[in-house]
Write a protein that binds this ligand. Structure first.
Ligand code: AMP
Length: 580
């Protein structure tokens, strides 16, 4: 067995780690970074770009770029590009394929096995979709584990004394909170809660909305209608948000944001931390109820918690830290890298499942006990959710129930399975339907069919049934529109493999294009700022050089970039830079 890798498949960024000796280490990607943007794009030649390369070209190719695909996992979302319909599983698979390739290069051997993390609050459909993405990427997914649990595993290795911790995990698209007990060699999740649709993306969105509103007031133009402008706004909003984590004001400067009736418009603004906090106050407050629920379900109060561990990039936002400090009444721990600890924990679990840990090492002895985040129920008369397995039950777990017929000589029964905490099934997530068929003809209430629901160590639901009258096993498949069939997975895997990936040279061409655009914008700004200072001759030379570059950029088709065009852009940009 090759080495098992641990993958944190994040909304915004992903990270991969592996065990070396008896410690997990993060694997640096081909581009030299420790995390990889979870971005996938298709250029006009239908070639696939993943990671930094996809992110860098997003502003000029917004309709063919996928961001935050994790938000759609387990849903029926699809998007058609060049006659091909892409599912979230396939897009996630392309990210996983890149991580797998980077890990294989790093280890010098083909990687085949992985542990992948998901938000603790992911439901069955989202977990199954993640596992299917792994299969499409050609990975043998040994286990799906929860992100906060994974972080606790990494944390527990370094801070092993017995304690109860609360992991507060606010990433790019999801929020999770888990209450975890670390004992000598056991990491036991006591309760978990969260919000699958809350994360850093929402904070970016608030800044974007603010800028769009401001621009509308100043210029009467609605940037929301301009896809390319919006992509640039999102990028800049995320940067401003990060700046505001350490400074009190962030400047936002987007030259040439749009063109209307031949006139070019620039966006210049600044946003203070106080304004940002005002715009996002409700988002921060939305994390309070899950914290309270998790504590209550664990039967603990905030005073029982020894450490509060912050995970996920969005916990760098000062307003988030302040809120955590306030509700927990203690200073959160910062001695763990919020971007890497999830992948590190997954690598430990991978090493354990693959028997690749040093025998007797601390990591090899840690036992992990996780819980299911949501109750499992079936629909009974009146659309009521009848609970079979309560949330926060330790997994794996199983529950059996006897079903019978309601009518005479009925030979089949339909059963609907739901996940969620609400009383009525209409408010919960339908995992799927299944039909018990082949029941022996008999009077109503006579047949006895024992149906067993089990939630495996991945948090995924499996159903089996037995006719107690005949002892026959019934085969059952839960069918849900949002899940892929084995045939669909096999086809997607084949397509993922045959689709060529962009050669590396293209990355350089995109860089040249971006650098030239930057040089152009910079020179326009400098020319304007120095119009009273520079002499006539200098202004003339800059204008000529600007025009040359402007013409070259206008002629450039992003999908037709080649080495000649790129080096021409490089030369023109260098000349312009040397003049200003
Ligand atoms: P994760 O899913 O854990 O990789 O978190 C990614 C999210 O963290 C994205 O929304 C990032 O914009 C956000 N993030 C990363 N660094 C910072 C920072 N310094 N301040 C605020 N948010 C950040």
């Amino acid at each position: 067995m090759s080495k098992v890798i641990g993958i944190d498949l994040g909304t915004t960024n992903s990270c991969v780690a592996v065990i070396e000796g008896d410690k997990p280490v993060v694997i640096t990607n081909k581009e030299g970074y420790r995390t990889t943007p979870s971005v996938v794009a298709f250029d006009k030649n239908k070639e696939r770009l993943v990671g930094d390369l996809a992110k860098r070209q997003a502003a000029i190719n917004p309709d063919r770029t996928f961001f935050s695909i994790k938000r759609h996992m387990g849903s029926s979302f699809t998007k058609k590009i060049d006659q091909k319909v892409y599912t979230p599983q396939e897009i996630s698979a392309y990210i996983l394929m890149k991580l797998k390739e980077d890990a294989s290069n790093y280890l010098g051997e083909e990687v085949t096995d992985a542990v992948i993390t998901v938000p603790a609050y992911f439901n069955d459909a989202q977990r199954t979709a993640t596992k299917d993405a792994g299969k499409i990427a050609g990975l043998n997914v040994l286990r799906i584990i929860n992100e906060p649990t994974s972080a606790a595993l990494a944390y527990g290795l370094d801070n092993g004394q017995s304690q109860k911790i609360l992991v507060y995990d606010l990433g790019g698209g999801t929020f999770d909170v888990s209450v975890i007990e670390i004992d000598d060699n056991t990491i036991e999740v006591l309760a978990t809660s969260g919000d699958n649709h809350l994360g850093g993306d929402d904070f970016d969105e608030r800044i974007v909305e603010y800028l769009i509103e401001e621009f509308k007031e100043t210029h009467g133009i609605n940037l929301a209608k301009d896809d390319a402008a919006k992509r640039r706004l999102y990028e800049e909003a995320e940067n401003a948000k990060k700046v505001l984590s350490c400074a009190t004001t962030a400047n936002i400067n987007l030259p040439f944001i749009t063109q209307q009736k031949g006139q070019t418009y620039h966006l210049e603004s600044n946003i203070t931390r106080a304004k940002f906090e005002e715009l996002c106050q409700d988002l921060v407050e939305r994390t309070i109820p899950p914290v309270e629920n998790a504590l209550r379900d664990a039967g603990l109060s905030k005073n029982d918690i020894n450490s509060v561990v912050l995970v996920g990039g969005s916990t760098r936002i000062p307003a988030v830290v302040n809120m955590v400090r306030q509700i927990m009444g203690q200073e959160p721990t910062r001695n763990i890298n919020p971007d890497e600890c999830v992948a590190l924990g997954a690598a430990i679990q991978g090493g354990k499942l693959g028997n690749q840990l040093v025998p007797g090492s601390k990591a090899s002895e840690i036992l992990l006990m996780d819980v299911t985040p949501l109750s499992l129920s079936i629909e009974t008369v009146g659309g009521i959710s009848s609970r079979l397995i309560e949330r926060n039950t330790t997994i794996p777990t199983r529950h059996s129930q006897i079903f019978t017929t309601a009518g005479n000589f009925q030979t089949s029964v339909d059963i609907k399975v739901f996940q969620g905490e609400r009383k009525f099934t209409r408010d919960n997530k339908l995992l799927g339907n299944f039909r018990l068929s082949g029941i022996k003809r008999a009077a109503a209430g006579i047949p006895q069919i024992e149906v067993t629901f089990d939630i495996d160590a991945n948090g995924i639901v499996n159903v089996s049934a037995k006719d107690l009258g005949t002892g026959n096993e019934q085969s059952i498949t839960i069918t849900s529109n949002d899940n892929m069939t084995e045939e669909e997975i096999a086809k997607a895997k084949w397509e993922a493999e045959i689709y060529g990936k962009k050669d590396e040279a293209y990355q350089g061409y995109i860089d040249s294009y971006n650098e030239a655009t930057k040089a152009y914008n910079n020179a326009v700004n400098l020319l304007e700022a120095n119009k009273k200072i520079w002499d006539k001759q200098k202004k003339k030379e800059v204008k000529r050089s600007l025009n040359d570059l402007k013409r070259a950029l206008a002629k450039t088709k992003i999908d037709k970039l080649n080495s000649n065009i790129a080096s021409n852009l490089d030369n023109l940009a260098t000349e312009l830079n040397s003049l200003v």
